[in-house]
Design a protein around this ligand. Sequence first.
Ligand code: KG4
Ligand code: ZN
Length: 336
Amino acid sequence: MYILGMESSCDETSAAVVEMSDNARVIRSNIVASQIETHRLYGGVVPEIASRAHIEAISRITYEALDTAGIGVKDLGAIAVTSHPGLIGALLVGVNFAKSMAYSRGIPLVAVNHIHGHVAAAYLSQKDLKPPFLALVVSGGHTSFYQVDDYTSFREIGGTRDDAAGEAFDKIGRVIGLPYPGGAALDKLAYEGDPNAIRLPSPALMGDTLDFSFSGIKTATLNYLNGMTQRGEEINRANVAASYTQGIVGAIVKKTEQALKQTQTKTLVLAGGVAANSHLRAALERLCADCGVWLAMPDRSLCGDNGAMIAAAGYFEFQKGNFAGTDLNASACDDL
Ligand code: KG4
Ligand code: ZN
């Protein structure tokens, strides 16, 4: 069946057509209108501007997705839309557009959790992937472990107690003068620096917990940068990028090793915007090779927010009969 996936939870308006069945997972189109240039001026996402930009883009993006896939609205078996979590005004644009389209054309509607969407991106790249597995979602808003028992059943077993890894990358990226969002630029810059140049605290919490705390490494890095500036010393930005990346990636790898041991899982899915980080991908590949675990990752192009991952997750909600009505609302929180 053809399923339209719609995503508007943050600063990307996206619509995609994905063909899903028991033995096919094919992306027919995946159109993403990014607002990054608009928000760059402010160094971060401005929620009100994001909502307006979604309103301006959503209709055009949706019809472009259908045209590119070579189908019409009548060919859709379902419409899937991100309903939570995210920026509430931004989410409401997608939810209301999807509800109107579904109601006016008599098409089943399904609500998708954005995090489940990120994980579902892995199904599109790894055709043999199926639950159960352990999922590590690393994004601008989350750094969490989930036990995925079934396509629609997620149990969170660890998470960040403060900032998410993406947020932490973006913050230091901004302070050292990289364009917003700093994550991707920091990834590249880290190759030019010495990862042992600056001593930083680890974001991996001690003990059995699978939680993280990224605020300590962020503050320590800010203090280091302020101290250097006050003493009039030159900052080596590549060393900062390399040391900071090593600290964050090292902590994620350490907790992942613990999570794999605790859950005895043989498949790990890495997903979310930060799953595009080349250092993290390489480090987890090494860990999984050593532990005999299959690391199932979405292609880097599917790690950031996109409609195809929402369509894929929506297909499994559809199969479970989890339909949404015209009373569907959006929620900023992890639960609807
Ligand atoms: O999943 P996502 O697109 O949006 C949320 O759901 O939050 O993640 C966005 C985050 C941003 O913080 C961005 O800087 C980060 O993903 N990101 C990266 C890389 N590419 C995107 N962080 C580190 N390395 C990258 N290559
Ligand atoms: Zn996301």
